[in-house]
Design a protein around this ligand. Structure first.
Ligand code: EAX
Length: 332
């Protein structure tokens, strides 16, 4: 039953009243508050997509269901967030696919360097058969994979020198995501790499623990890495999707009708988020101060991919030749 209150001669539902008073639905006491978290900032496009989902869920369930978001790695780094989804301590997260590969090795297939040439090829693979198979395979490890949002194509950044070829990388102390293939790739390239949780990265760069890191340019801007990094090389060496994960028990607890509403809203949020991420990435460069941005020629990029040959072989061993070959073909 919808609760109505009379305010200034108008009948308002409790949810509308709470909104008018600037309360979140959690405070106003919705029946189900979905606890969501992520490692990025509140300006991140994934955060905005969660906010959209919260607004739409409240609207379309008359305030029965809402989302409360814990950003900035408040509830742990991406590895811990995935564990919390398995344990049911958190209900909904988005994380880069890289740390997810430790939970389900098939995801290492997405860590092939230079796999995708553009976004069209990314979306074709992720939204197609292979991407859906990967999501399905998460059920075996206590995770429900809802779909793929966009973190983005990753670029190489550092505070030491302009980097054009892999020879320029020698000896750089490099932060990688928590993923053995990434670690291997940057070792093959001649850097001195170590993994670190994203929420600790700014301080580590500031203190000089690491000289270099890699990631999407809009994330770089959001995190104010321009304060601690001087050079960006446009390498597009890998694409990071944000995989959106839900606790399977919570999902099963939703009524059929609420599941349908949730799925519909998730699909809308996906289109919205990808649009925002594309825009954020194309605008970010212009908003950076005091940073050199270097485009690389095909020959210069070849110096990276050729050194990473052992990485492709390793991935093939881990995920199997069948998946490795299929994904390469599908991405073309
Ligand atoms: O939320 O760790 C990272 O570099 C990732 O880009 C992270 O997923 C951002």
């Amino acid at each position: 039953m919808k609760k109505l209150l009379k305010v200034g001669g108008k009948l308002l539902s409790v949810s509308a009243l709470a909104l008018a008073m600037g309360l979140t639905q959690a405070q106003a006491g919705s029946e189900l508050t979905i606890k969501a978290s992520h490692a990025a900032s509140t300006t991140n496009t994934g955060h905005k997509a969660l906010e959209l989902m919260d607004r739409e869920l409240r609207e379309r369930t008359d305030g029965r269901i809402s989302i409360e978001i814990f950003p900035n790695g408040q509830l742990g780094g991406e590895r811990e967030l995935i564990e919390s989804i398995q344990l049911g301590n958190i209900d909904l997260i988005f994380v880069s696919s890289a740390p997810l590969a430790s939970f389900n090795k098939q995801f290492f297939a997405l860590d092939m360097p230079f796999l995708f040439k553009d976004r069209a090829s990314v979306y074709k693979v992720l939204d197609g058969e292979i991407g859906q198979e990967l999501l399905q395979s998460l059920n075996r490890v206590g995770l429900s994979g809802l779909g793929y949002w966009e973190n983005g194509f990753r670029q190489l950044t550092n505070n030491s020198r302009v980097i054009r070829t892999s020879d320029d990388l020698k000896g750089l102390r490099m932060r990688t995501m928590e993923n053995e293939i990434h670690l291997m790739a940057w070792r093959e390239l001649g850097t001195n790499p170590a993994p670190l949780a994203f929420s600790e990265l700014y301080t580590a760069l500031q203190q000089g623990t690491f000289e270099a890191q890699e990631g999407p340019i809009n994330l770089f801007r959001d995190m104010r890495f321009d304060e601690v990094q001087k050079h960006i090389s446009i390498t597009n060496h890998i694409y990071s999707p944000f995989v959106v994960l839900m606790n399977p028990e919570l999902q099963a607890r939703l009524s059929k009708k609420d599941q349908a509403i949730f799925t519909e809203i998730f699909q809308e949020a996906k289109a919205y988020q990808r649009g925002l991420a594309q825009k954020a990435d194309s605008e970010a460069s212009a908003q950076l101060k005091g940073v050199t941005i270097t485009s690389l020629t095909a020959e210069e990029l070849n110096t990276f991919s050729s050194k990473m040959k052992p990485v492709y072989d390793k991935i093939k061993k881990i995920v199997g030749a069948d998946l490795a070959d299929r994904i390469v073909k599908a991405a073309q």
